[in-house]
Design a binder for this molecule. Structure first.
Ligand SMILES: [Ca+2]
Ligand SMILES: [Ca+2]
Length: 125
């Protein structure tokens, strides 16, 4: 909430499915509020808040999402990514796509990083 005082655009993603008691098929209105919903009187703060680009969308894979080990850019780390790493295995150099710790070689440390995100799916929002 403290960043509301900064004069710049801040993207916010609200996962409606995570809000308890919401039936997605019955949403007809969305209300946006600031402050404490249960407050009996305004806090005394004043100012202007600009809100723009409100949209409902299904979570999707976008290029800006970067998961360590997702070499296929499909927002998940799986066997396809592992195969790409396997194709570079035993190679050396600074141009290795799958050198996740940037040490110029592929070894168990890179596999460990890939596995740390194994089957993770990162979608926006
Ligand atoms: Ca992938
Ligand atoms: Ca490495």
């Amino acid at each position: 909430m403290g960043d509301i005082r900064e004069a710049q655009w801040r993207p916010r993603a609200v996962h409606i499915k995570d809000i308890e008691g919401v039936n997605m098929s019955s949403i007809k209105r969305i209300y946006i509020g600031v402050g404490d919903r249960n407050a009996t009187r305004p806090s005394g703060a004043s100012g202007t808040i600009h809100i723009d680009d409100i949209s409902l969308c299904v979570p999707s894979c976008i290029a800006e999402i970067d998961i360590s080990g997702d070499f296929t850019n499909d927002c998940t780390v799986n066997f396809r990514d592992f195969c790409i790493m396997g194709a570079e295995w035993a190679d050396r150099g600074e141009e290795l796509l799958t050198d996740l710790n940037s040490d110029g070689k592929l070894d168990y440390r890179d596999i460990a990083r890939l596995l740390s995100n194994w089957l993770e799916v990162e979608l926006w929002p």
